[in-house]
Write a protein that binds this ligand. Structure first.
Ligand code: DC
Length: 215
């Protein structure tokens, strides 16, 4: 969380004309839908059914790099980073049936054409044969500071210590879950972004993926 993957992915997807598939947004979309419909977040079967039937549409390259998410035709992108979704998404994304449904769709996107896919288990589970695998790392403190700044820019003022606490809890849940825990693929290139600006991270990713340097 708050590793910078979305900003880096969007930038490179636009530059290359690739589709961007942010898998975190897909898990967020299922969570949003479950909250909307009052589905019990501890009911794995109900969540699995919901994930299997949800009509999640992703934007196309060229429009917005693929950053828009629609459900049943309605654009819900802005609602997917709400505190409510933030708090509950780990409960939904740990359900094996939800993951199976999402991974199947993610592999479908990859079959359709070139893309940049963002997420915690892409190199390890979803696309083990991806030609370039990059794992962006950053300390919890730096990520909390980034998220704090991002929220403040969006007009949401929350104490940084509170963000840090939530982020550490979410990391812990993501790492310890049984299905697809958060970990780099054995053949991923790891980039520690703590002391790097966004531009520097983009340059490192370009180099790691074998892309020519930017202008
Ligand atoms: O990257 P993000 O913060 O938007 O991800 C939201 C949640 O979705 C996060 O708590 C973990 C989960 N997730 C996942 O389990 N697997 C992925 N490939 C992407 C996200």
């Amino acid at each position: 969380m708050a590793s910078g993957k979305t900003a880096v992915g969007l930038h490179l997807a636009r530059e290359l004309g690739y589709r961007l598939v942010d898998t975190g947004m897909m898990y967020r979309a299922v969570t949003w839908l479950a909250l909307q419909r009052g589905v019990d977040l501890n009911d794995e079967e109900a969540l699995t059914r919901l994930a299997g039937s949800a009509q999640i549409e992703l934007g196309q390259p060229g429009q917005d790099g693929g950053a828009t998410i629609k459900i049943d035709g309605a654009d819900i992108t802005a609602e997917l980073r709400s505190p409510d979704v933030d708090r509950n998404v780990s409960l939904v994304s740990r359900v094996p049936g939800v993951r199976t449904a999402m991974v199947e769709r993610q592999r479908g996107f990859a079959r359709e054409g070139r893309l940049i896919m963002l997420g915690r288990d892409i190199g390890s589970v979803v696309l083990p044969d991806a030609p370039a695998k990059i794992y962006l790392d950053a300390s919890a403190e730096v990520r909390a500071r980034r998220r704090h700044r991002e929220l403040a820019e969006a007009g949401l003022h929350r104490p940084e210590a509170e963000i840090l606490r939530e982020l550490q809890q979410r990391d812990e849940m993501d790492r310890q879950r049984h299905v697809s825990p958060l970990r780099p693929a054995a053949d991923a290139q790891i980039i520690d972004t703590d002391n790097l600006s966004l531009e520097e991270v983009i340059e490192r990713v370009r180099a790691a993926a074998g892309l020519p340097a930017g202008s």
